[in-house]
Write a protein that binds this ligand. Structure first.
Ligand code: HEC
Ligand code: HEC
Ligand code: HEC
Ligand code: HEC
Ligand code: HEC
Length: 182
């Protein structure tokens, strides 16, 4: 509760700053219909270890087995290194990458993965609402992750794309839905 409250205050401050500093942006945002941006997929995101979704999803591992969505459900988590260790205590232990991974698991020090998808702090997004309540597949917003060696941003997460999908699915598009200014 406290964390959520502080997060809300933070997002309010950040959002207010955006509005104060960028009246031109504001004017453009409020007057541009949600269909006009052209999305370019991102570059492959370099990671500290050569982790491959293609290989690991190919072994039969499920998305939410590694990316749990704990209450209140805003975030999808990254897997703890102990999860990786269930196999890598024995698999490919001669690899320097796996030695780094196992050292991290033993030290309880998480690998610092680089972000692929991230919305600014003043935007409210919930995985639980989209994945559990509305039953969208991960691929809807993240593309065909299971066939990628290296991830890149292959789907847009801009305001335009959020609002476009909300329109298509009769979900609301009030500003306060995604920008909690209370
Ligand atoms: C179900 C078992 C399993 C789990 C769980 C698992 N892996 Fe793997 N991993 C494998 C197998 C099998 C390979 C391929 C080994 C080979 O090439 O001989 C592999 C290969 C790798 C490689 C490539 C190593 C190299 O040098 O070629 C990396 C890096 C890796 N895994 C990281 C991870 C991370 C990080 C996690 C946890 C998020 C994880 N793995 C969880 C089974 C697993
Ligand atoms: C064995 C554990 C494991 C499984 C299974 C797994 N992932 Fe991941 N996922 C990871 C790790 C480790 C990272 C961080 C490294 C990277 O980005 O490649 C990650 C990163 C991601 C990211 C990028 C998050 C960001 O930074 O924005 C997305 C999106 C994602 N996974 C979606 C999926 C989907 C969809 C599936 C099922 C098709 C899946 N993952 C299956 C371990 C897993
Ligand atoms: C409706 C679109 C949508 C769907 C469906 C969706 N995601 Fe995401 N995902 C996002 C957005 C937007 C972000 C950036 C959120 C942020 O910055 O907090 C994100 C971020 C992530 C992250 C980084 C950690 C985080 O929560 O910020 C992971 C991991 C991830 N998604 C995995 C998944 C997996 C696995 C699924 C399916 C079970 C999934 N996502 C379904 C839109 C979606
Ligand atoms: C694939 C379609 C789709 C995309 C993309 C999408 N949404 Fe949604 N969103 C929905 C639907 C459908 C609902 C209504 C879900 C329900 O009420 O069960 C919803 C509901 C919401 C809610 C209401 C949550 C609540 O507590 O009731 C918020 C906030 C939200 N979305 C934010 C976002 C943001 C921010 C983005 C972009 C980063 C986004 N959505 C992208 C389909 C989408
Ligand atoms: C469905 C979710 C959603 C709704 C509804 C929404 N926004 Fe946004 N908004 C976002 C996301 C996501 C971003 C950050 C990504 C981006 O800039 O496209 C954003 C960014 C912004 C920005 C910063 C733009 C920039 O370039 O820095 C402004 C200003 C803004 N929104 C105003 C509004 C106003 C005004 C409304 C009501 C008409 C509104 N938003 C409704 C999701 C939403």
């Amino acid at each position: 509760m406290t964390t959520r409250f502080r997060a809300a205050q933070l997002s309010l401050a950040a959002f207010a700053a955006v509005l104060a500093c960028a009246p031109l942006v504001w004017a453009q945002v409020s007057s541009t219909p949600p269909t006009q941006t052209v999305f370019e997929p991102g570059e492959p995101v370099e990671q500290p270890l050569p982790y491959s979704h293609k290989l690991h999803v190919g072994l039969g591992l499920k998305c939410r087995e590694c990316h749990t969505i704990p209450d209140p459900g805003d975030f999808a988590t990254y897997p703890p290194e102990s999860k990786c260790a269930t196999c890598h205590v024995a698999v490919k232990t001669d690899s320097p990458h796996i030695q780094t991974l196992m050292a991290a698991a033993e030290a309880g020090k998480p690998i610092e993965w680089n972000r692929v998808y991230q919305v600014p702090e003043y935007v409210y997004f919930s995985h639980a609402v989209h994945v559990i309540d509305a039953e969208f597949e991960c691929a809807e917003c993240h593309g065909d992750v299971g066939s990628r060696e290296v991830l890149f941003q292959e789907k847009p997460i801009s305001m335009y794309s959020c609002m476009g999908c909300h329109t298509r699915h009769d979900a609301p598009n009030d500003c306060e839905l995604c920008h909690d200014t209370h």
